[in-house]
Write a protein that binds this ligand. Structure first.
Ligand SMILES: C[S@@+](CC[C@H](N)C(=O)[O-])C[C@H]1O[C@@H](n2cnc3c(N)ncnc32)[C@H](O)[C@@H]1O
Length: 384
């Protein structure tokens, strides 16, 4: 049976996805900025029938409910998440359309009508069952309805995959959940504190990214999604926004529209820029970028195998060697990338190769501490 977010969350009685914001207004401004870049300006929500699946804490849904949709349906199966959603709506003073909360998995959910807007963030990934659920979600859309999901480019996943390997090397995965949480927070808090716009606590981040077994499968790309849903949806926009379309609109009819083809082309040209959230650089050509992406996917799988070997008493040393070899290959493929990325990854490699397993060395300042990818990439689509 595949590891799932739900199994992990319910086993530990957690929902590690709470947003920390100074005020509701700040949170709403962030959400408005996100949706704006995805083509969902506030008027799109007004009077619309909206669905959000895998709602988590409910804080994101509150913004949508404040925009006067005709209805808002929330599907969330985790009892801890459900409790937090109820508390949020009981307490809020923001005028809103009251949501209908469905305490169910997406697998069990079957709506009685279609929706104008369907949203599902930070859940569905590349496990085969989840890709079927992506198609199920697209099937809920009205004609011309809009859907928002999240994708994870392997190049953006790379820095945190190095951290995941460090989490195995420096903190035995067979320790208790509480002990691992405590040690991993100590290891990675100094890295997280380099990020100025962080909205999650170190504890939630560690549990969801460094311990959650389902994390590896989040790595589904924009081309994967558009291939799965081809013929059903057309790509509209992304956040971060990387695609540029200089084509004259008068040429965009019939097969020439090719919005999905165009988005994939732009993604392949830009994917080196997902590696470091603070930098933009002109990178290798699309073919080299595709090779880089394949190497990053291999690295993810080697880290997964390393963790499995450590949990199941397998040959973890040889699994770690394979992960190190894959990461060395990526560093070689980087060519003329900015020095911060190269030195960051080399520092990560140094930590993976070290003889010591003293966890304090991971948190000590190094060129790797600041290296985080553009890991979550939102994609909006229109039902065609
Ligand atoms: C990483 S959290 C994301 C929460 C929220 N969307 C966000 O971005 O903050 C994943 C969410 O998926 C939910 N989930 C897991 N399995 C699910 C299922 N089978 N059906 C619906 N939701 C599910 C979890 O309970 C959790 O709330």
């Amino acid at each position: 049976m595949l590891p799932s977010h739900l199994k992990f969350y319910t086993k530990h009685g957690i929902s590690p996805v709470r947003y920390l914001a100074a005020s509701v207004q700040e949170h709403f401004e962030r959400r408005a900025s996100l949706y704006r870049s995805l083509g969902l300006v506030p008027l799109v929500f007004r009077g619309a029938r909206c669905l959000e699946v895998a709602v988590g804490s409910g804080q994101n849904s509150l913004y949508i409910s404040s925009l006067a949709p005709e209805s808002l349906t929330l599907v969330e199966p985790n009892p801890t998440g459900v409790r937090e959603i109820r508390e949020l709506y009981d307490k809020t003073e923001v005028p809103h359309t009251p949501p209908v909360l469905v305490e169910s998995t997406l697998q069990e959910y079957s709506p009685s009508h279609k929706f104008d807007i369907v949203i599902c963030e930070n859940w569905l990934g590349k496990a085969p069952g989840e890709r079927m659920l992506l198609r199920k979600l697209a099937g809920f859309l009205e004609h011309h309805g809009m859907m928002v999901i999240t994708t994870v480019p392997p190049a953006g996943f790379l820095p945190n995959m190095v951290r995941r390997a460090l989490a195995v090397k420096y903190c035995d995965p067979r320790l208790s959940f509480d002990k691992r949480t405590e040690t991993l927070v100590e290891m990675f808090q100094p890295h997280l504190s380099t990020i100025t716009s962080m909205t999650r606590s170190a504890t939630d981040w560690v549990q969801d990214n460094m311990i959650n077994p389902a994390y590896f499968d989040l790595c589904i790309t924009i081309p994967d999604v558009l291939r799965d849903l081809d013929g059903e949806v057309t790509a509209l926009s992304t956040n971060p926004s990387f695609a540029c379309d200089w084509r004259w609109f008068k040429s965009l009819h019939g097969d020439a529209r090719g919005f999905n083809r165009h988005m994939v082309h732009e993604y392949e040209a830009a994917l080196h820029n997902f590696m470091d959230y603070q930098l933009l650089f002109s990178g290798p050509d699309r073919q080299m970028n595709r090779k880089l992406e394949m190497s990053c996917v291999e690295f993810v799988e080697s880290v997964r195998a390393y963790e499995r070997a450590a949990v199941e008493d397998g040959d973890k040393n040889s699994a770690l060697e394979t992960a190190i070899t894959n990461l060395e290959m990526i560093v070689r493929q980087l060519g003329d990338c900015p020095g911060q990325i190269r030195s960051g990854l080399e520092a990560g490699l140094g930590l993976l190769r070290a003889d010591s397993d003293e966890c304090g060395t991971v948190g000590a300042p190094s060129p790797f501490s600041r290296l985080f990818g553009r890991e979550t990439v939102y994609l909006s689509m229109i039902r065609s």
